[in-house]
Design a protein around this ligand. Structure first.
Ligand SMILES: [Cu+2]
Length: 112
C-alpha cells in the first residue's frame, strides 16, 4: 500500500515541469508579434501637395510598418486639418499614421 502512494507522488512531480515549460513557451510566442504591430512609429516623408480645404496631404512616405504598407506617394486624410497651415509643399517631415475608421490617416506630423 505504502509504495503505491510513493509512486503516485513521483509521477506527479515528474509530470509537473513538462506542463509548466510547454505553457510558458506558448505565452512568449503569442505576445511578441502583437506588441510590435500596434504602436505607430514616425515615418520619414516628404510633402508633395497640401489640400487644406479637403483636409488631405499627399506624402512620399517610407514603409509604414504598423499598417503593413510599403513606401509610395499617395494622399492621406489628416486627423486635424488645422495643423496643415504650419507646413508647405517640399517640407521633410516625420509622420505618424494609423487607421481611423479603417482608413490610413495622418495622426501627427513634425518638421524634421
Ligand atoms: Cu501609401
Amino acid at each position: 500500500m505504502n509504495h503505491i502512494k510513493k509512486l503516485a507522488v513521483a509521477l506527479a512531480i515528474a509530470a509537473t515541469p513538462v506542463a509548466f515549460a510547454a505553457g510558458s513557451v506558448d505565452g512568449m510566442d503569442m505576445k511578441i508579434p502583437a506588441a510590435s504591430q500596434q504602436s505607430p512609429q514616425p515615418v520619414a516623408s516628404e510633402i508633395k501637395k497640401i489640400d487644406a480645404q479637403a483636409g488631405k496631404v499627399t506624402l512620399k512616405h517610407g514603409p509604414i510598418e504598423n499598417l503593413g504598407k510599403p513606401a509610395m506617394t499617395m494622399a492621406f486624410p489628416v486627423k486635424d486639418r488645422a495643423f496643415l497651415k504650419d507646413f508647405k509643399e517640399g517640407d521633410s517631415v516625420s509622420v505618424t499614421f494609423d487607421k481611423v475608421g479603417n482608413q490610413p490617416t495622418v495622426l501627427d506630423m513634425q518638421r524634421k
